[in-house]
Every structure is written in C-alpha cells, then in structure tokens.
Design a protein around this ligand. Structure first.
Ligand code: NIG
Ligand code: FE
Length: 409
C-alpha cells in the first residue's frame, strides 16, 4: 500500500504568500513520494487502498530546511571561543592565521571517513528536529583535493541518511596559507580548476563566496560568479557580515539565490535586492556567538518584501549551532522575527534560497511529501520553546524516517 492519509491534523501548509496557510481539522494524502491531496477532512478522498493515520489534532508542517550550513569539517575551535571571551575579535583571530584557516588544517588532515564520523552528531541532531533538506558547503579544503573531499562527504551524508543535501562549493571562503599575498592567483585556481573539477564530479548545486575584508573583494568575487554563470550554476554569497562591502548588490546582479548574514547591509541596498527575487538569509547563531550588535535591516527587508530565510550556519567558528529549532528561537529573540516569519524562514523561504521552491518548502499537491508531525497544537510553540524537541514523526519523500505513533495530544 503506497498511499497514506494523515487525518485530524492542524496543517501549516506554508502555501500562502504571507501567512502559515493554516488548515484546521485537515487531512493530507501521500501517494508514493508526493502529496496527492490536502484539505479539510470533510472533503477528504476515498479511503480505499490507503493507510489512515490519526494525528490527534497535532500540528503538521513541511519538512524543515536548513539552507546554510558548514557542517562537514574537521576538529573544533573551542580555543578561539575562549580567546573571544577574553576580548579578541573574530577578525583579529582570523588575521593572526586562526579562524577558518585553523579548520582548514584539521579538515585537510582528516580522511573522508573521519570527516563523515565527525559530521554525524551534527546532521543527526538536525534530522531529529524535523530537517528534511540541508545545505552543506565546502570551504575548509581550499585546494582541489580537499574541497572535493568535503563535497564527497556531503554526498555521503545524503546517501547514508536519506536526507536531501544541497551541496555548495565555497572554495572562495578564505585565502589558504600557501597563497598569502597572492589572492588573485588563488581565485584563478578556484575558477580554472577547483570549481570545474568539483562540478564535473556532479558535486556542485550552487557556488558561494565570502566577500569581506578578511576574505575576498568584489572583483575577486565577480570572477567566481562569472565562472559559476558560465557553468550554469546558481550563486549565493556571504556578505556584509562584518562590514558593508557592497557584496549583496554584486551578488544580486548575478541573480543570486540568496545573500547571507547581511548585518551591515544598508537599507538602500535592500531595494536593489527586492527586484531580483534574491532571498535574505539571516544567521542568528553567528550574530549570537560573535556577540554582534549591528542588526540586519529587518524593517527594510519587510518593507521591500524581500523573502527572509533563517539558517543555523552550523560551523566550528562563528556558529557551533546544530539546532534548527534553536535557530528559530534566536531569530525571534535577537532579530524580532515573528514566529510566522521564523517558520517561513525554515520552510518555503529556505526552499527559495536553495532554488527548490517548486518541489519543496510547502505542503501542496504535487510537491514532495516531506512532512513533520509535531507534538504541539500551536505553530508559535515551535519558536517559543527552548531545549524541547516536539518532533514526533518525519516523512521524507513519502517514507517514514521517524515513524509517527498514534496517541492523543
Ligand atoms: O558563515 N563568514 C564566513 N564563514 C562562516 C564562518 C566560518 C568559520 O568561522 O569557520 C560563517 O560565519
Ligand atoms: Fe556561513
């Protein structure tokens, strides 16, 4: 029997342009890997040949999407955590050769199997919280062999855990030590060898660049974006995280899927994003960990109707955060997002940030059956509670990853 009918649920469809698209006392029919029907129970489909599951009034949402992570990496950076507590800044640590570069050393030393093992608790935590799609970036290899190694591990995560993994090439994340004072030469390596080789292995869904004083400048980023364009790959960018470099506008000129971080993005530049369908991805974990005080331009983003997504940014330096639920809470508490915006930020808008909105991110007939059943009856509880995981059933592409057990709420 390949059909499953979920009945007696509160369904946040996320199919409405500004709300949760909430349906009370509703049902949802899954046929194979696809949503076949969704609507009020009174209009429910014929039950023949269908397994019926009573959700007992529980909340159903689309599978959650973490659209920005660096969760494959070697080692840890707990020492830098201590240095920052003593007053050193993230940028200072980076300029002294620590930061991303120290993770590059640990990642280069690790085998594929070791990287996969170190990544397991991180991905498993996200999956336990109802994540069905996760983006994973390279960016700690910074040479052909090691960037490709990281992306292969991301692909192994996908195969082994049956989760959708979107793989992003971030070769232009930092300047590796062997290229000090030769950033343009490194960008040539990225454009002429690293990216084409990773792409030829089928390992690249999108291309990202870190545009910042401690990373790459606009002309260097432009060369990477032009290469991505020529290969037919969409782009994303880490921009205006520590300063306003004008990276968001450059990225949006290349029709970026998303611009990420954006604490230092000016309200004027938000207007430039608005025409382009580029998603603003907010990363409250990095804001929190770096004890940033500059808030992203939320008001301007709302006024210009720029879609807002949120993500964990799971990484060993600026955001050792491996919880999508905590990310939602942080986005509300630190950035004053509403719980509705937070849920849109990890579903439909996160799907947009990955170019997946036609098949993922909302519960609509024809979309992939990625579904979470929560032991909750109110959507705002998802962002409100801290340290509780109410996820009680997860279906990925029509298959139960975490089977739901019927019982009253
Ligand atoms: O998204 N900003 C650049 N990249 C990561 C941090 C990487 C690291 O510190 O290891 C970020 O914050
Ligand atoms: Fe990041």
């Amino acid at each position: 029997m390949s059909k499953t009918l979920l009945i007696n649920a509160r369904i946040a469809t996320m199919a409405d342009p500004s709300s949760l698209g909430l349906l009370n006392n509703a049902g949802l029919l899954v046929d194979g890997d696809t949503i076949a029907w969704i609507g009020p129970m009174a209009d429910g489909p014929d039950n023949a040949d269908t397994q019926i599951i009573n959700c007992g009034g529980r909340l159903i949402t689309p599978g959650l999407i973490d659209c920005h992570t660096h969760l494959v990496y070697g080692g840890d950076r707990a020492d830098e955590f201590e240095q920052r507590l003593e007053g050193m800044t993230y940028a200072e640590i980076s300029r002294r050769g620590g930061g991303i570069r120290s993770t590059v050393t640990a990642t280069r030393e690790a085998s594929e199997a070791e990287l996969l093992n170190q990544s397991r608790p991180r991905i498993e935590q996200l999956l336990n919280e109802g994540v069905t799609t996760v983006e994973i970036k390279s960016g700690y290899g910074l040479d052909c062999e090691n960037e490709i190694k990281m992306l292969r591990v991301a692909r192994q995560v996908e195969t082994e855990y049956s989760v959708r993994v979107m793989k992003t090439f971030l070769g232009a994340h930092a300047l590796p030590e062997e290229y000090i004072d030769r950033a343009d030469d490194y960008i040539s390596l990225v454009c002429d060898q690293m990216l084409p080789q990773a792409h030829a292995e089928g390992l690249v869904d999108a291309v990202d660049v870190f545009i910042e004083s401690i990373a790459f400048d606009l002309p260097q980023a432009q060369r990477v974006f032009e290469t991505a364009n020529a290969l037919g790959l969409p782009i994303k960018a880490h921009v205006e995280q520590l300063s306003d470099m004008g990276g968001a506008l450059l990225a949006s000129e290349f029709d970026a899927l998303s611009v990420d971080h954006i604490e230092y993005l000016s309200a004027e530049d938000v207007c430039g994003l608005a025409d382009k369908n580029t998603v603003a991805v907010l990363l409250p974990g990095a804001f929190y960990v770096l004890r940033e005080t500059q808030l992203p331009p939320i008001k301007a983003l709302r006024e210009q109707a720029v879609p807002i997504a949120i993500a964990s940014d799971a990484n060993p330096g600026s955001s050792p955060l491996n919880s999508i639920l905590m990310t939602m809470n942080m986005a509300c508490t630190l950035f004053s997002l509403t719980p509705v915006e937070a849920l849109r930020g990890v579903t439909i808008n996160a799907a947009r940030a990955l170019g997946l909105e036609s098949s993922h991110g909302s519960l609509e007939p024809g979309k992939q059956a990625d579904i979470v059943i929560w032991d909750l009856n109110k959507p705002s509880l998802l962002a409100y509670q801290i340290g509780i995981n109410p996820c009680s059933g997860v279906m990925q592409a029509g298959q139960w990853r975490k089977p739901f057990k019927e019982g009253a709420v």
